[in-house]
Design a protein around this ligand. Structure first.
Ligand SMILES: Nc1ncnc2c1ncn2[C@@H]1O[C@H](COP(=O)(O)OP(=O)(O)OP(=O)(O)O)[C@@H](O)[C@H]1O
Ligand SMILES: [Mg+2]
Length: 254
């Protein structure tokens, strides 16, 4: 589904401002996100993309303005609370626990325990079995789920982070530069995963510097320039030249 004026936004950012010292990282930003759409966030280095998504995910609090999820404000929630609402964020550094296996990584922060001789211990078997199911659901095959994730490739790590979002039934998936550190086949895999999530009705915010990727997977693009909104377009109504002009501040809509 693409965005329609009649549909209710799943997520709304309303007039958000954020300053770090002398840097105005977000200047009166507003955007809506609809179920089943992929929204690309574009902009030069330092334009304010990560700041914006960190305000949505609860890492930063906006100085003013608010963020609504299903019509209710979530501006003052912690990252954990935001995640529990169904807004899952995959940061560039991925936030996987390198020394732990795939199963535990799917459950990170929400580990399943069992009791042995009255003492709580991690239920690794349960988590591994669930992880196999979650990976299979996305068409991902890993030979050995018991190895620490640090031995996995960047694409496989991305896949695990995405599986985690699927397993916990994320309604909104935010990805900060998901393909930047990946080889070409792995980039392909992550883009396919994004499309599969979208088909399941998940709304996705996708940050990228790669305009090819943006034009390939997104329905809409929102361009930031030094903290401002430079413009917002349906992907079929724009082209790379226009996006670059917006990124450079040569086109400003409002
Ligand atoms: N925690 C922070 N403390 C101080 N300044 C910050 C902080 N986070 C971001 N900034 C500043 O805010 C501005 C926007 O940064 P942000 O990380 O949002 O940019 P970005 O669009 O994600 O850039 P990139 O493409 O390089 O990741 C930058 O000038 C940056 O230096
Ligand atoms: Mg960033």
């Amino acid at each position: 589904m693409s965005s329609g004026e009649a549909a209710t936004p799943l997520l709304s950012v309303k007039n958000v401002c954020k300053r770090f010292g002398g840097t105005q990282a977000s200047r009166d930003l507003s955007l809506d996100l609809y179920p089943g759409e992929v929204l690309a966030l574009a902009g030069d280095n330092g334009a304010g993309k990560s700041t914006l998504i960190k305000m949505i995910s609860g890492v930063h609090q906006p100085d003013s303005g608010e963020i609504l999820y299903k019509g209710e404000t979530i501006s003052r929630r912690t990252p954990h609370e935001v995640r529990d609402l169904g807004i899952e964020t995959i940061y560039q550094d991925l936030a996987l626990a390198d020394n732990l296996d795939v199963g535990i990584n799917i459950f990170l922060g929400r580990e399943r325990m069992k009791r042995v001789l009255g003492l709580p211990v991690l239920d690794r078997k349960f988590m591994r079995t669930e992880a196999i199911g979650a990976l299979k659901h996305l068409g991902i095959e890993l030979d050995d789920l018991s190895m620490p994730v640090r031995y996995l490739s960047g694409g496989q790590r991305q896949a695990i982070a995405i599986s985690r979002a699927v397993y916990w039934k994320a309604k909104v998936l935010i990805m900060d530069e998901p393909t930047a550190a990946l080889g070409v086949p792995e980039q392909r895999e992550v883009k396919d995963l994004i499309k599969r999530m979208q088909q399941e009705g998940v709304a996705i915010i996708f940050i990228s510097h790669n305009l090819n990727d943006i034009f390939e997977v997104s329905d809409r693009i929102f361009v930031l320039e030094r903290g401002r909104k430079a413009g917002e377009r349906l992907i079929e109504n724009t082209n790379e030249d226009e996006v670059v002009a917006m990124m450079m501040g040569r086109i400003l809509d409002d």
